[in-house]
Design a binder for this molecule. Structure first.
Ligand code: DSN
Length: 417
């Protein structure tokens, strides 16, 4: 980064400091990861200098001989990896990708059904504070109070009563396997388009560690930077039937020029995700999350739905008598980075909720094995207890232990340890 350091030492110093932070901390935010050097290199290329509104072979700008090939590679790799007929790799991120789906299938005021945000859904699945819940009529399903799981019979009842045109399955805090076939049956019955938002689990699907929505969902929406370990970006995949509607909605409906450097990095990530190593990685992400869940449960933590089938755990801290935000901030001081999160039927406010959300994609990218999950659970337990009692000495001790583990398992894609 010699050029950056010369031109803008302030920004360069902040980037270096962030890299060191990512090296030194146990990053448990389930939507975060470490990308490879190859993905980082592709992201920082001169492809970002080029405008290319349109699609390969049909652009509104000249000089596309290389860009077309980059985008075509990304498209073909996405189609092959997710076994879908069509791929659009241009959405800037997950929320614009989802908004493009609305544009493709709905008119303002039409009904969309998705999981409620506090139940684990995403803002863009029709939640009230999002454009998707104000420009459209959002109806929301949730999880059962007792089980923390979706009851598909209730989803079906709601769908029959509300007749949504669009149904979203998936979300941001869903620790259990998504029943794509079950949702598809409901969508068929009410004549809705089914969108599987697999942003969180795309890497698990690619690696064979979660069932695929292919053959069930009409549209698959995903970001590329979570378990998939690509750059910050998104893709929309669909059946052939909906290909044109999706493409028209992304461009010219919603976006201008695609971010070609991101497209290149997506292509690289898709190549990496199609290898055998990635299948091992995906299975290990789940094994680590399940073991971490068991270790936390053994220490009295209340896991929403009792555990996990995937990469994330949602923890209700009510019984520990520590609000989520207080716990998350104490964990941050201990070098363990999580996010505070609402839990289903939360009695607290979203900005000061009862839970924390943790996941294993990033720690698994460092190669941290299942045998270390007991130590991770023990640190979380110690810090949550210390947050309650104001015991900063314990938090400092955990921070040193975390640093030692991070030193033993350097993160990919970083130039510091
Ligand atoms: N904010 C993302 C997450 O952390 O899950 C989803 O958009």
């Amino acid at each position: 980064m010699s050029h950056l350091a010369h031109v803008d030492p302030e920004i360069a110093a902040l980037v270096v400091a962030e890299e060191q932070l990512q090296a030194d901390t146990l990053r448990l935010i389930p939507s975060e990861n470490y990308v490879s050097h190859a993905v980082l290199e592709a992201t920082g290329t001169v492809l970002q200098n080029k405008y290319s509104e349109g699609y390969p072979g049909k652009r509104y700008y000249e000089g596309q001989r290389h860009i077309d090939q980059v985008e075509t590679l990304a498209i073909e790799r996405a189609k092959a990896l997710f076994a879908m007929d069509h791929a659009n790799v241009q959405p800037y991120s997950g929320s614009p990708a989802n908004l493009a789906v609305y544009l493709a299938f709905l008119k303002p005021g039409d009904t969309v059904m998705g999981m409620a945000l506090p139940m684990g859904g995403h803002l863009t699945h029709g939640w009230g504070v999002s454009a998707t819940g104000t420009w459209f009529r959002g109806v929301q399903y949730g999880v059962e109070r007792g089980t923390g799981r979706v009851d598909l019979d209730k989803v079906r009842e709601l769908a029959l009563a509300e007749r949504p045109k669009l149904i979203f399955c998936g979300g941001t805090a869903v620790p259990r396997t998504i029943d794509f076939a079950g949702f598809a049956e409901i969508a068929r019955e009410v004549g809705a388009v089914l969108v599987a938002d697999v942003a969180h689990i795309a890497g698990l699907i690619a690696g064979g560690a979660h069932p695929s929505p292919a053959g069930h969902a009409d549209v698959v929406s995903t970001t590329t930077h979570k378990t998939l370990r690509g750059p910050r970006g998104a893709m929309l995949l669909s059946t052939e039937e909906h290909a044109k509607a999706i493409d028209r909605a992304v461009f010219p409906g919603l976006q201008g020029g695609p971010h070609n450097h991101t497209t290149a990095a997506i292509a690289v990530a898709l190549k990496e995700a199609s290898g055998e190593d990635f299948r091992v990685y995906a299975r290990q992400v789940v094994a680590n999350a399940q073991q971490l869940g068991e270790q936390l449960a053994a220490r009295g933590f209340d896991l929403v739905s009792g555990g996990t089938d995937n990469h994330l755990l949602l923890i209700d801290l009510t019984g520990k008598d520590v609000p989520g935000k207080v716990a998350a901030k104490a964990l941050d001081r201990a070098g363990i980075v999580v996010n505070y999160n609402t839990v289903p039927y939360d009695t607290r406010k979203p900005f000061d909720p009862s839970g924390i959300r943790i996941g294993t994609p990033a720690l698994t990218s460092r190669g941290i094995p299942t045998s270390e999950m007991a130590a991770v659970a023990e640190w979380i337990d110690l810090v949550v207890g210390a947050a309650r009692s104001g015991d900063e000495a314990t938090i400092a001790k955990v921070r040193a232990d975390v640093k030692a583990l991070m030193d033993a398992y350097p993160a990919p894609g970083l130039s510091v340890r």
